[in-house]
Ligand binder design. Structure first.
Ligand SMILES: *Cc1c(COP(=O)(O)O)cnc(C)c1O
Length: 356
């Protein structure tokens, strides 16, 4: 049966990435060796790393004065590496859910944390607005797409202090004004690579703001100087990431990814609203994630939750069950998800409604 992959992460990648990865695992660049079994210091891999950096810069139109590095440790490692480097006295954070809280918790180890606003009062179902960012904060950190709760910040904020964003689950899904950020980071396994690599885009001049001596592996300057090869980098995930980036370029860039994301998510949200059984988790359309669409059965149909998940599984729809902390359903619609899969989900929702 054809599978429709709505997994939240690790998640769907383009067929191009799978095919090129299989080729490279068998025989990388006609070397007679697998990409899994070559030195990261080989010329061929050097070229992959350089191209991954330049293609990231091309895709996001990154201005001069920024560096791109590929690290291990996941986005979660950035949660402590950022305050370790940059939190001297106080940092500001926006509390929009589970992953934002991940950063807040780690920052508290290093200094004062000003949570400027929180949407906890409504189970993180909206993006807070109209708060004050303290001008004496060392930085302001946000999570642009809340993978679990299904909200997204779709604008690039003006911040009076250096702005940092966790874009783990929405990077490369829209054009971003990188000049508004000192740092953008993300675990790549949501939207562009297999698990194992973390992307960090950092403004070089922000590195003058490091507040304490840091261990080598937490030192962004070292990783930049060594071209992400201070130690052995995640070789294969970086290769696969590059393949996805090439696919994005060939498909028309992040502008086209945004167009597709809007088309997919508009369709799904429209069906959630039309269908008598379902309601969206996020009521304000302006706050709805295009990547992770969260929805629920209306209270009177609540006992059908397991039945709907089973119904989708029977049709080859994978990963529709919501995160255990939120419940309900989540359709993750990342860059590589074809419209055909969106249509299959919508057909399942309609057919399930007819059965009730
Ligand atoms: C998945 C996720 C993380 C955690 O990423 P890891 O790479 O597993 O550490 C952090 N932030 C967001 C927004 C995520 O979706």
């Amino acid at each position: 049966m054809k599978k429709h992959n709505f997994n939240p992460g690790p998640a769907i990648l383009p067929d191009y990435t799978y095919e090129k990865s299989i080729e490279a695992i068998k025989d990388f660049n006609n070397s007679g060796l697998s990409i899994l079994s070559i030195s990261h210091r080989s010329k061929d891999f050097d070229a992959v790393m350089d191209k991954a950096v330049t293609t990231t810069k091309q895709l996001l139109d990154i201005p001069e004065g920024y560096s791109v590095i590929f690290l291990g440790g996941g986005a979660t490692t950035q949660f402590f590496t950022i305050p370790y480097n940059f939190l001297g006295k106080k940092a500001a954070y926006l509390d929009t859910g589970t992953w934002a809280l991940g950063g807040i918790k780690e920052a508290k180890l290093y200094g004062e944390v000003d949570v400027v606003a929180s949407s906890k009062d409504k189970n993180y179902s909206y993006i807070p607005r109209n708060y004050t960012i303290p001008t004496d904060a060392d930085y302001f950190e946000i999570c642009s797409n809340n993978t679990i709760e299904g909200t997204e910040i779709l604008e690039d904020y003006d911040s009076p202090v250096p702005l940092i964003a966790d874009m783990s689950s929405d990077i490369f899904s829209r054009p971003v004004d990188v000049s508004k950020y000192v740092m953008i980071f993300g675990g790549a396994q949501k939207n562009f690579a297999p698990a194992g690599v973390t992307i960090v885009i950092i403004k070089d001049s922000f590195l003058d703001h490091v507040v304490r001596p840091v261990p080598t592996m937490c030192d962004y300057k070292v990783h930049i100087e060594k071209n992400s090869m201070k130690n052995t980098p995640p070789v294969f995930p970086i290769y696969a990431a590059l393949m996805t980036m090439e696919w994005i370029v060939d498909s028309g860039g992040v502008k086209e990814m945004e167009k597709r994301a809007i088309a997919r998510s508009d369709k799904v949200y429209a069906e959630i609203e039309r269908n008598k059984l379902f309601a969206p988790n996020v009521s304000d359309p302006a706050d709805r994630s295009r990547m992770n669409i969260t929805f629920n059965l209306l209270p009177e149909y609540k006992e059908l939750e397991g039945a709907f998940v089973d119904f989708t599984k029977e049709r080859g729809l994978v990963g529709i069950k919501g995160h255990r902390s939120v419940g309900g359903f989540r359709a993750s619609c990342y860059n590589a998800l074809p419209m055909e899969s969106v249509d299959a989900l919508i057909a399942a929702m309609k057919d399930f409604e007819k059965k009730i």
